[in-house]
Design a protein around this ligand. Sequence first.
Ligand code: BGC
Length: 759
Amino acid sequence: MKIRNLVLGALCGITFFSCSASGGGKDAEMDRFITDLMGKMTIREKLGQLNLPSGGDLVTGSVMNTELGDMIRKEEIGGFFNVKGVKKIYDLQRLAVEETRLKIPLIVGADVIHGYETIFPIPLALSCSWDTLAVQQMARISAIEASADGICWTFSPMVDICRDARWGRIAEGSGEDPYLGSLLAKAYVRGYQGNNMQGRDEILSCVKHFALYGASEAGKDYNTVDMSHLRMYNEYFAPYRAAVEAGVGSVMSSFNIVDGIPATANKWLLTDVLRDEWGFQGLLVTDYNSIAEMAVHGVAPLEEASVRALQAGTDMDMVSCGFLNTLEESLKEGKVTEAQINTACRRVLEAKYKLGLFADPYKYCDTLRVEKELYTADHRAAAREIAAKTFVLLKNEKNLLPLEEKGKIALIGPMADARNNMCGMWSMTCTPSGHGTLLEGIRSAAGDKAEILYAKGSNVYYDEEMEKGAVGIRPLERGNDRQLLAEALRTAARADVIVAAVGECAEMSGESPSRTNLEIPDAQQDLLKALVKTGKPVVLLLFTGRPLVLNWENEHVPAILNVWFGGSETGDAVADVLFGKVVPSGKLTTTFPRSVGQLPLFYNHLNTGRPDPDNRVFNRYASNYLDESNEPLYPFGYGLSYTDFVYGDLQLSSETLPKNGTLTASVTVTNRGDCDGYETVQIYLRDIYAEVARPVKELKGFERIFLKKGESREVKFVITEDDLKFYNSGLQYIYEPGEFDVMIGTNSRDVQTKRFSAE
Ligand code: BGC
């Protein structure tokens, strides 16, 4: 994308790992080494390399006399994941390189999704910073910590575009936009892999889930996806491809079906698109047990599924053991060729070689590092700073926020003192007992200037069973509903202002928990209503892993700060923003609906032949709803600040974009408010007529600028033909001369528009 962005410019100069560009000399050396090694390997040993089991129960206990230990001795695995602790990993690696015939080191994976011991905000929150450098830094720190504890491969980034907040895994990705998603995908890869994985603290990244997992029907996890190729290419593929362009060393296929065939065995997807069209040469791993799940999909039993997955381009089988246990027989029967097994085995060995494991199998087993490099003061400071950038101020009537550090502040809600709930999903690698709670963070920030009162206020849900499902592995102590509420009201009565810490608990988003009701859970919603009824000013501190339906809250609560799940430093980061030490700057990367019935809801949709120009609740024979408008509650790109940014008129350098030329769109932004702050200026384009219908607007660039109080800055975006390109019905990536609208604004809804024509 040629629209220039200052933030991105700063990333130049970093060396990216690229399989194809890593230099003939090194590649030739690697090829010789692997060819020589493979010349010594039996078929069984080669299949062993393709096998990736989970360490599972090895999180505790000794590793030596376990099934995993036995498999290593028998050379039946190429690597494993789900084992924490460098000492254990060292023991397992030692078995592989000292007690086997071929001494091939193991590759050790983990879901290091948003930090390791130092936990950063969940990825959806991170994307709301619109700060590629912050995301890269978080990935870098994650890699440092994970590698210090024995991990050399992370199953991140997750780049699935998602437009349906019912899907819990929306929390794991970067939201609904392919352009922003692509920039962030690259930032993650750079952060993890660093300088070509040469360093001891640089690890292999794995982009997932290829592909389209975020479009699961009805927002239900693992569900079917059915999508036109046009839509895949124009709306969903870009972030995966961006990760490949950034040199990601591995890709994970997705659980879902694509064109009727599970992605796990979809040759069109895994070979024709990923390898042949995009040039991916790295390691391709399945998702958890997904070869075996092909039987349940009704496609093929394990043996045939393994054949099909291998033939489609899969290299490594996560958990199913289908490759290990069935491919030898399939080879004898002529269903697969030795060449196909060799190709997969070579890719696994190449990944290990590129990680430097053959040169030093203990590269990631330096037990001195683990003492010094986890949860350090520097890492925590970075996590705190980044967390504050991800919070999105949704409402701030009469500048209720920031709060003054004075008087009595009541912090009320089940999320206020829930130590194990600050980090959100995929944070099993951390040690929550070392983290502060929100209450502790706010108390320490207030010092003796303000008194912080506290009450839990409610359970998560009234229904115990419902709560059990919601809290998952992070239970909260339950109390009596009536007593909790009474105590909350007594506490509120003593306070000058109330801060309600409510919303989802950590395990309500992430893998598996899809929701049909997107409101704040019942008991907490009633608590909030009771607090508002006191007539005291209420700030809603919203914890969530997905967009929620907040109609009542938007109407009745004067201030709403969405803090997502901010990670291990949530307490301090929230205090920083609450008391105004940091001015909020996050902008939504996912649309907040007014109703679940509107889903999927996203800003870059196509027009119908009958749009509803007024967005009224009902307009007969227009494309809308009888009982709800088409409008979201909070649009993509939306987020307030403690200061006010005023946009001058949108200017175009010309009304025409000449062939092979450029056109500049600019706007002057002024900070007219009372404090310094960051604003993210966004530019969108719309192709007025094209062979295939094009979205009503598409993000094409943004700039995150810092403006001192009273300061103005002109922000310029340079538009080129590349910005006008799309895939047409023949899937050619072209642009069509004609008219375009350019829109610039503070979010996707509030924009100024001008038209230009492209020659
Ligand atoms: C998830 C992946 C994850 C894998 C390994 C699967 O259930 O879908 O995202 O990387 O497990 O833990």
